[in-house]
Write a protein that binds this ligand. Structure first.
Ligand code: HEC
Ligand code: HEC
Length: 314
């Protein structure tokens, strides 16, 4: 009996530890699933009050970074946030808007939720909770697990009320700025600056780091993608490229989906890359997507993600 209890306890501890750890998305390139780096700009005055154009609010960086009270620069732009979105639920669930922003647009290391349906969002939260979808950062799995059905629904309905907006500039290039990953997994331009070969990757960085760190609702990002990627991606997405089903068959002619089929346009390209690898490695279980991604090579996935990011979805 004692042994059994000890065993159960140690499995419990192990689970708790694993829930905090990164999940491996087999086959996904490291640049799409970054591990936590170290804090950048430690010199910053965390109590200085900031303002942004078009808002009468002021917040310190310390308040902006509060995981249980997300900043809301433009309250009038959306319906009142449910408590779970604004404050999360202590101790484990952080405010959704802290990472996905009050606009739902998010950052490349998280995901854009604006433009998705409530039923799809709710389904994803269920899948994160059951483990049939693994989030590389582990955050969504550990949080969804302790959310009630009611909380999932409230959050889903609220995010579904947000409109997708244009926030990405996609640039085909051979060379990219040198970048580093910060303690929130966000990729930023390195200081001092440098240049390196893109080498088949997609590199996404904030256009204005200061604004992005202030969690402004619409924070623009630039997606550097390999030369020629957009046209090659377009071919696969619209025709299947002779190797898979055209994406339009299920995601619709404008790729904005509907119901349990998500919009796939205008999201961060690195997010799309890690999802397609997730389906392929079955760390994200989908009977519909598995046969679609199985024939795709790593560079097909980069090209598809580049093309989808380049489409404006408004
Ligand atoms: C610590 C940051 C963080 C917080 C807080 C957070 N998320 Fe996420 N969320 C992520 C990351 C990272 C991903 C991307 C997972 C992946 O790449 O598979 C994600 C993905 C998602 C997705 C999947 C989107 C899609 O297109 O399939 C949904 C839905 C979601 N989050 C909902 C929520 C809700 C609801 C909350 C609040 C309870 C929340 N998130 C809080 C980081 C966060
Ligand atoms: C047979 C129908 C079908 C086809 C064909 C299809 N999809 Fe999907 N796709 C789905 C479904 C269903 C989901 C939702 C899976 C889930 O709930 O996890 C999905 C999800 C996705 C996602 C995840 C989006 C997010 O927000 O996380 C991406 C990316 C995606 N599909 C890309 C594509 C691409 C690219 C193609 C073409 C090469 C394609 N799909 C073809 C049915 C399809």
């Amino acid at each position: 009996m004692k042994i059994l209890i000890a065993l159960t306890l140690s499995i419990g501890c192990l689970n708790a530890l694993l829930a905090q750890a990164d999940n491996v998305i087999a086959g996904a390139p490291l640049w799409s699933t970054p591990t936590r780096g170290s804090e950048i700009d430690q010199e910053q005055d965390m109590t200085k009050l900031w303002r942004i154009a078009g808002s009468n609010k002021q917040y310190s960086q310390q308040a902006i970074d509060d995981k249980f009270n997300a900043p809301d620069w433009n309250e009038g732009d959306h319906a009142a946030m449910p408590d779970i979105v604004k404050h999360g639920k202590k101790p484990k669930v952080w405010a959704c808007a802290s990472c996905h922003l009050a606009s739902g647009l998010g950052h490349p290391e998280s995901a854009s939720l604006a433009g998705l349906s409530a039923s799809y969002i709710e389904r994803q939260l269920e899948d994160f909770s059951s483990g049939s979808r693994l989030d590389y950062s582990g955050h969504m799995n550990r949080m969804a697990e302790v959310m009630t059905m009611e909380e999932r629904k409230e959050a889903a309905v609220w995010f579904a009320s947000l409109k997708r907006q244009d926030f990405l500039d996609v640039v085909e290039t051979d060379a990219v700025p040198l970048t580093v990953i910060d303690d929130t997994r966000m990729r930023t331009v390195a200081v001092p600056a440098g240049v390196e070969s893109i080498n088949g990757r997609i590199i996404e960085v904030p256009e204005d780091l200061e604004q992005t760190k202030l969690r402004v609702p619409v924070s623009r990002f630039i997606s550097y993608v390999p030369k020629g990627a957009i046209a090659k991606g377009k071919n696969i997405v619209t025709t299947g490229g002779g190797k898979t089903a055209p994406c339009t068959v299920c995601h619709g002619p404008d790729l904005t989906g509907g119901g349990l089929i998500p919009s796939i346009v205008g999201n961060f390209a690195s997010y799309t890359v890690r999802q397609l690898h997730g389906f392929k490695s079955k760390t994200r279980i989908s009977a519909e997507m598995l046969p679609v991604v199985s024939p795709l090579s790593d560079s097909d996935i980069v090209n598809i993600a580049a093309y989808l990011a380049s489409l404006k979805s408004m």
